[in-house]
Design a protein around this ligand. Structure first.
Ligand code: SF4
Length: 369
């Protein structure tokens, strides 16, 4: 059957943010000729982002291995013998050192990941301190600690956590083939608690788990049909870890990965689509096509939780070849933030009022002039 999305129709995608995607439409996007799909994705990308800027995050594992969950792809699951060196929750000072280095190297966001089902009461004070101190260095903060209760989400938000990462991994239909110790609904609940606490949501999935194209469409449908699109959408390529049930999984075809990035970009125009795990195995040309398809965020640093990441210098070389610049927090401000700042400047330059109007004093910016 011919795809129901016209190959040159980008108007719907650039003008509106949709939360009512149907599986058929998404599959039709996947089925477009590659060049048409890339054109649509690039058009949406340019309408919403600087096409030559990529946001850079650094990820640090703050507690490694011995996780009680059974995610079949994961080196950190206690269910599989992966010969991973386990590490307890690391000291706050060590985290701060790593954050300082990441900042010096150009990362704007520092992500801290712990292999937990969910954080315990005992762990929370340390975690909150980490957030607080990294935040005070002028970096954006992100954490991934497993499932969160509404109270835990609130306290992380109060400590200044900007983003919380919790992936949906795959489609609801395929999910039970990959994880059995926590349900899809558990994951959706955590995303809801994060959103309600006021933090930004980072949620994506993993490709190459043996899922079908329909599952990839199903994953994107779940993400794009959330009440608000996640601000950050990591798209991971499975890194096959020896000792896990997926160690011999068949390789996902590169163009299918790029297509998924492009469809994610079209469906979630304003989100940052992150090229995440698995990037180290991609050559420069493949990464470039991912950027062209709308990926505009990467993890930067030698280690990506427990798998190798592309060496930092390689990223610098590739960025130079492509004319890509790292996105700074300054250039990443939203229009409303810029508008608010402009208004402040304008108001600061207004002459002071000759009399004090007590009625409007609370609202008046003159009180700060
Ligand atoms: S993906 Fe996360 S929750 Fe699953 S086993 Fe690994 S560390 Fe645990």
């Amino acid at each position: 059957m011919a795809p129901s999305v016209r190959s040159n129709d980008v108007s719907n995608n650039t003008d509106t943010i949709r939360h009512n995607w149907r599986k058929q439409e998404i599959e039709a996007l996947f089925a477009l000729p590659f060049n048409d799909l890339m054109f649509q994705a690039q058009t949406v990308h340019r309408a919403n982002h600087n096409p030559n800027a990529v946001q850079m995050s650094t990820l640090l594992s703050i507690k490694t291995g011995a996780c009680p969950e059974d995610c079949k792809y994961c080196s950190q699951s206690g269910h599989y013998n992966t010969e991973l060196e386990k590490e307890k929750l690391i000291e706050v000072e060590k985290v701060l050192q790593e954050a300082r280095t990441a900042k010096e190297k150009g990362s704007t966001r520092f992500c801290m990941g712990a292999a937990w089902r969910s954080p315990t009461k005992k762990d929370m004070p340390y975690v909150l301190k980490m957030v607080n101190e990294v935040k005070s260095m002028g970096m954006e903060t992100c954490m991934t600690l497993g499932m969160l209760s509404p109270e835990q989400a609130e306290s992380l938000a109060d400590a200044g956590l900007d983003y919380y990462n919790h992936n949906l991994d795959t489609s609801p239909e395929y999910y039970n083939s990959i994880i059995t110790t926590r349900s899809y609904q558990d994951r959706l609940d955590t995303l809801k608690h994060v959103r309600e606490s006021g933090m930004k949501v980072c949620a994506g999935g993993i490709l190459g788990l043996g899922e079908s194209r329909e599952d990839r469409a199903g994953l994107l449908m779940q993400l794009a049909n959330l009440e608000h699109h996640p601000e950050s959408v990591p798209v991971n390529m499975l890194v096959k870890i020896k000792g896990t049930p997926l160690e011999a999984e068949e390789e996902l075809e590169s163009f299918e990965f790029i297509r998924t990035i492009a469809v994610a970009r079209i469906m979630m125009p304003e989100s940052f689509v992150r090229l995440s795990a698995g990037r180290e195995a991609m050559n420069e040309q493949m990464q470039s096509l991912c950027f062209l398809a709308g990926a505009n965020s990467i993890f930067y640093g030698e280690r990506l939780l427990t798998t190798e990441n592309v060496e930092e210098d390689n990223d610098v070389v590739l960025f130079e070849k492509l004319g890509i610049v790292p996105l700074t927090l300054e250039t990443n401000r939203s229009d409303s933030e810029e508008e608010a700042e402009l208004m402040e400047e304008v108001q600061a330059n207004q002459p002071k009022p000759l009399y004090y109007d007590a009625m409007t004093a609370n609202k008046s910016s003159f009180e700060n002039a």
